[in-house]
Structures are given as structure tokens and as C-alpha cells.
Design a protein around this ligand. Structure first.
Ligand SMILES: Nc1nc2c(ncn2[C@@H]2O[C@H](COP(=O)(O)OP(=O)(O)OP(=O)(O)O)[C@@H](O)[C@H]2O)c(=O)[nH]1
Length: 207
């Protein structure tokens, strides 16, 4: 295991009952939520903030996503309404969130395949058009739940292996457009970026 420790705040968003809390509980068995991933290259610590899906709490959400490096937007594959709501979250994050926020779209409850109302292809194409990482999970059977967090963690590590300076704990993980030239110097030299398979990530360190 690498000696680097990489820390990033991740926020969970999605409709009431989509399965946000269950996804996290099925991996780490608690409701707040620090997921430590011990990878070959580094230890990645994701501070995960769960949010309530009820509409009346909507106005609180910006408090959570504004400081986040990554957002995981969850819908229930058996509920078209929850998918519509997820897309609204994506719109809101694109309009009002950190412009470089990393977003993952998660179709949960794949164990309910016979009740599926949201097609994989439809959601995948939507995710691709919007630059989101996409995965389908089941918190009930744990299918793909670890993969979701490891996929996020892996990108952190890809970056850390290219670290060329000693940094304190990163306070932001942001996505940048893949077409930017690599090796770009960002934020007065305290940030850098790395590309990995079409996903480009950079850490901004508090310095
Ligand atoms: N079959 C099935 N049920 C699930 C799955 N994930 C969650 N559930 C159930 O869906 C219901 C809602 O799950 P929660 O995790 O509380 O959903 P949430 O998104 O956190 O809901 P709010 O906190 O109210 O916004 C619960 O009854 C869960 O047991 C899943 O993958 N499959």
C-alpha cells in the first residue's frame, strides 16, 4: 500500500428512497461515512455526505455539494420519477455546483430487474453526453457498490502516482475536460492534473 493519503469530499444526492443511504451502508455499515480505500498506490479517504431526498430538504443541498469534490447522483431503476429527479440534480449541479465537480450517475436497485423502468442504454447515453461516470448498482445484493467507490478511488490514485510535489491533504478533486493538453500548470503551480481513460482529474491542495 502506498504511503500517500488522499482525501476528498463526496456528496450523495437523489430522490427519496433511491437508495443513497443503503449504498453506503452496504459497504461500510454506517450512516456517516468515511470510506477508506487501501489501494496499491495510496490510501484514499472519501468523506461521504449523505443527503435527504425529500423535496422539503432540497434547499439545504447546496450546503453539501458546494464544497464537494465529487457528487454521486442516485436513482432507482424501477422508478422513472427518480431518474427524472436525478437528471434535475445533474442540471442543478451543472448550473450551480463547482463547475469542475466530478459527477457519477448511479442506477440503483438492479436486483429489481423485472420492475425496471429506466433503460441502461438511455441512462448511459445521457451520462456520456454530460460527462458523468455511470454505473448500475444494487445496495441489496452489493452488486457494483464496491466498484463504484473503487472507481472513484482509482482515479485519485492515478493522480497520486504522478505527484511531483509534497502536498498537504487535497481539499478539492475536480474534473477537467479531457481535451485540455496534459501537463498543464494550474492554480499558481499548486495544482496539477492527470488523465486516465478519458477522465481527467486534478487535485487542488490547500498548500
Ligand atoms: N430491492 C432493493 N431495495 C433497495 C436497494 N437500495 C435501497 N433499497 C430500499 O429502498 C428503500 C430506501 O432506501 P434508502 O437507502 O433509505 O434511500 P435514500 O435514497 O437514502 O432515501 P432518503 O434518505 O429518504 O432520501 C429502503 O427500503 C431500502 O431497503 C436496492 O438496491 N434494492
Amino acid at each position: 500500500m502506498g504511503s500517500d493519503v488522499i482525501q476528498a469530499k463526496l456528496v450523495l444526492l437523489g430522490d427519496l428512497g433511491a437508495g443513497k443511504t443503503s449504498i453506503v451502508e452496504s459497504t461500510i455499515g454506517a450512516a456517516f461515512f468515511s470510506q477508506v480505500l487501501c489501494m496499491d498506490e495510496a490510501t484514499v479517504k472519501l468523506d461521504i455526505w449523505d443527503t435527504a431526498g425529500q423535496e422539503r430538504y432540497h434547499s439545504l443541498a447546496p450546503m453539501y455539494y458546494r464544497g464537494a469534490a465529487a457528487a454521486v447522483v442516485v436513482y432507482d431503476i424501477s422508478s422513472t420519477d427518480s431518474y427524472i429527479r436525478a437528471r434535475k440534480w445533474v442540471d442543478e449541479l451543472q448550473r450551480q455546483g463547482n463547475p469542475h465537480l466530478v459527477m457519477a450517475l448511479v442506477g440503483n436497485k438492479v436486483d429489481l430487474e423485472e420492475k425496471r423502468h429506466v433503460g441502461t442504454q438511455e441512462a448511459m447515453e445521457y451520462a456520456e453526453r454530460n460527462g458523468l461516470f455511470f454505473i448500475e448498482t444494487s445496495a441489496k445484493t452489493s452488486q457494483n457498490v464496491t466498484e463504484l467507490f473503487y472507481e472513484l478511488g482509482k482515479h485519485h490514485c492515478d493522480l497520486s502516482t504522478e505527484t511531483t510535489f509534497n502536498y498537504s491533504l487535497p481539499d478539492k478533486l475536480v474534473k477537467v475536460r479531457p481535451h485540455r493538453p496534459s501537463g498543464m500548470v494550474l492554480h499558481d503551480g499548486r495544482c496539477r492534473r492527470a488523465d486516465s481513460g478519458g477522465w481527467a482529474w486534478r487535485f487542488c491542495c490547500s498548500g
